[in-house]
Design a protein around this ligand. Structure first.
Ligand SMILES: [Zn+2]
Length: 201
């Protein structure tokens, strides 16, 4: 089939996809989706480039698409690749076999609703996580001040308690000293008394 006639036929068969343009980014996602589904892309790694606004091409290195291609354009160029893998490289590419491949690709795109929802999800930027509240230098200083103030208060309380304890001990010491004085005096008096009584008895 001459290529112009082929183009006319595919446009007639897929009028919606012939005018449905997508951005390069979306085109790449769709291309990779199709590639993954229809070709073992790990075995046949294929390049994808965007160039100009005219035609596309399919070479051994990969596929070239115009910027903002239509869905039909993407499917058309990829179908050449599938044709290559399936039937080998032949000169006559725009055949009924190729049209069958395009049909399969388009049907798959329609079934998946052109991955519109998924692409939308992927392209919506994730909400930024809430910024971590870094303590400011002033807040750090305030916290340190609070900590040190509390330490001073506790130390003062401890010193007071120790002082009270010492005062108590000193009072007990004085009491004991008084008792020692009292008993010493009493003792000496008794000693004197006993001496006197023994002398004058
Ligand atoms: Zn072609």
């Amino acid at each position: 089939m001459p290529y112009l006639k082929f183009y006319q036929k595919e446009r007639k068969l897929f009028p919606e996809e012939a005018i449905m343009r997508v951005s390069d980014k979306r085109a790449e996602i769709i291309f990779r989706k199709l590639e993954r589904h229809f070709i073992d892309s790990r075995r046949y790694p294929f390049g994808l480039r965007f160039y100009g606004n005219g035609g596309g091409s399919c070479g051994s290195w990969g596929i070239r698409l115009p910027h903002n291609p239509t869905i039909l354009f993407i499917c058309h160029e990829l179908s050449h690749r599938i044709h290559q893998i399936k039937y080998g490289s032949t000169k006559r590419h725009h055949t009924k076999k190729l049209m069958t491949i395009i049909k399969r690709l388009i049907t798959y795109c329609q079934k998946k609703n052109y991955w519109k929802e998924e692409i939308e999800r992927r392209m919506t930027p994730k909400p930024e996580p809430l910024p971590k509240l870094e303590p400011t230098k002033l807040q750090i200083m305030e916290a340190k001040l609070g900590k040190e103030t509390l330490a001073v208060k506790r130390m003062k309380e401890r010193i007071k308690a120790t002082q009270r304890k010492m005062e108590n001990q000193e009072e007990r010491l004085k009491k004991h000293e008084r008792l020692v004085g009292y008993y010493e005096k009493l003792f000496q008096e008794r000693v004197l008394d006993s001496r006197n009584s023994s002398t004058f008895q």
